[in-house]
Write a protein that binds this ligand. Structure first.
Ligand SMILES: O=C(O)CCC(=O)C(=O)O
Length: 400
């Protein structure tokens, strides 16, 4: 499917284009398809509603049909909407953080991995950088696999690929210079290794507990800005995209794949904002356009300190899903790379976001997802999409 919009950067997706060779790996609780819509990425803000022409070949159309059929079967296995009751919450804010760990620490668990100093830092600021956590060799492997995906040498089911549409329309040659991000690589065993690295999970467990689900994966290839400032990522809270709680059992691991500073668009975080509530998100009114599903917050404390995270290759930041963060323009000539995964404790539960500020993203995700799979079934829920992409990495798949 193709997501278009007025700005210069838009996204196209590829996914479900052929099953991965080899025997299927065992699934903990039977839920494992391989597809879902992107939570963040895509067409611009002041969207006129005009969609870019779908770049779908007959072969792709066939694959899409097969993907839809596969999705239907999976949903039948899941029992459709009735599988695992959705726990309704009148507002998503009501299920915020604090009360989950009633002791002295609210955002970290007792497991002796974090030093007292590190723990206090995360509690106070909502993020923690661990230097030199992922090896050069692993990063090289992720880079290599990303390049293979870009050249269409591998097509993991469920993967969403964001492209620069202006290039895609003209002299399109599959290469890493035309792709700005890939999402949902849970079916690509090589990239998914990132989510299973013991050095990553060791820290993740401090927030999620021992049963860990990888919920959402991304490799971000932030392109050099064309001058329209579309390479920025607006300030946002990741929880806006997530229909599961409690928030403090969710953590993002984001690893720099090279030196990243303000010149190539490092992460910027607003320390302490994880202690607040989930804020309404909308598309920013940026003149040059904004990528699809890059919702941002207007209502935040402009006086809050901002920290630009300057990171070396392999450095990893863990952060809370309520932490307000974004990233700046890439003013360099290179493509700035980072790999990340949002993890959640498997005992988290899905919530119904109807009637909350998350309704807008739910609507968008469902529209994109249904189009992607060619599924008209209105009963397909946000929870269904999340269950399809979520993958156990440690312990037991309790919920989710
Ligand atoms: O890597 C980036 O530029 C920003 C990533 C980010 O904030 C996100 O995807 O939520």
């Amino acid at each position: 499917m193709t997501c278009g919009s007025p700005g210069s950067r838009v996204c196209t997706q590829q996914g479900n284009q052929g099953a991965r060779p080899g025997t299927p790996r065992p699934r903990p609780r039977g839920v494992r398809p391989g597809t879902s819509p992107p939570p963040e990425a895509g067409p611009p803000a002041e969207s006129s509603g005009a969609e870019a022409p779908p770049l779908v070949s007959p072969l792709e159309a066939m694959e899409k049909d097969r993907a839809s059929a596969r999705l239907r079967i999976l949903l039948r296995h899941l029992g459709g909407r009735s599988a695992g009751a959705v726990i309704a919450q009148p507002t998503s804010e009501g299920v915020s953080p604090a009360s989950f760990h009633p002791q002295q620490f609210q955002y970290t668990l007792d497991n002796n991995v974090l030093s007292l100093e590190q723990r206090k830092f995360y509690e106070e600021n909502g993020f923690l950088v661990i230097k030199n956590l992922v090896s050069d060799a692993d990063i090289q492997r992720f880079r290599h696999e990303f390049e293979r995906v870009c050249r269409n040498e591998v097509k993991p089911p469920g993967l969403t690929v964001m492209r620069d549409m202006t290039i895609a329309k003209s002299e399109y040659v599959p290469s890493e210079r035309t792709i700005t991000k890939i999402q949902d690589f849970q079916e690509d065993e090589e990239l998914f290794r990132y989510c299973t690295l013991p050095e990553i999970l060791k820290y993740v467990e401090c927030f999620t507990g021992p049963n860990i689900m990888a919920m959402h994966t991304m490799l971000i290839n932030k392109p050099p800005d064309t001058g329209k400032k579309t390479s920025r990522h607006p300030l946002h809270q990741d929880l806006h995209y997530f229909p599961f709680r409690p928030s403090s059992s969710i953590v993002c691991a984001w690893t720099a794949m090279e030196h990243i500073d303000r010149s190539n668009g490092c992460l910027v975080v607003l320390p302490g904002t994880h202690k607040g509530t989930l804020k309404p998100h909308v598309y920013p009114q940026w003149e040059g356009g904004v990528n699809i599903m890059f919702h941002g917050i207007h209502d935040y404390d402009k006086d809050n300190a901002r920290v630009h995270l300057i990171m070396e290759k392999g450095d990893t930041v863990f952060f809370h899903p309520l932490l307000i963060h974004g990233s700046g323009r890439n003013k360099s000539q290179g493509f700035r790379k980072a790999i990340s995964c949002h993890f959640a404790g498997a005992n988290c539960h899905y919530i119904d976001v109807k009637g909350t500020s998350q309704e807008n993203i739910e609507k968008e995700v469902l529209e994109v997802g249904r189009k992607h799979y060619g599924v008209d079934d209105a009963s397909l829920s946000l929870k269904d999409f999340w269950m399809l992409r979520a993958r156990l990495v440690k312990g037991q798949r309790v919920n989710l």
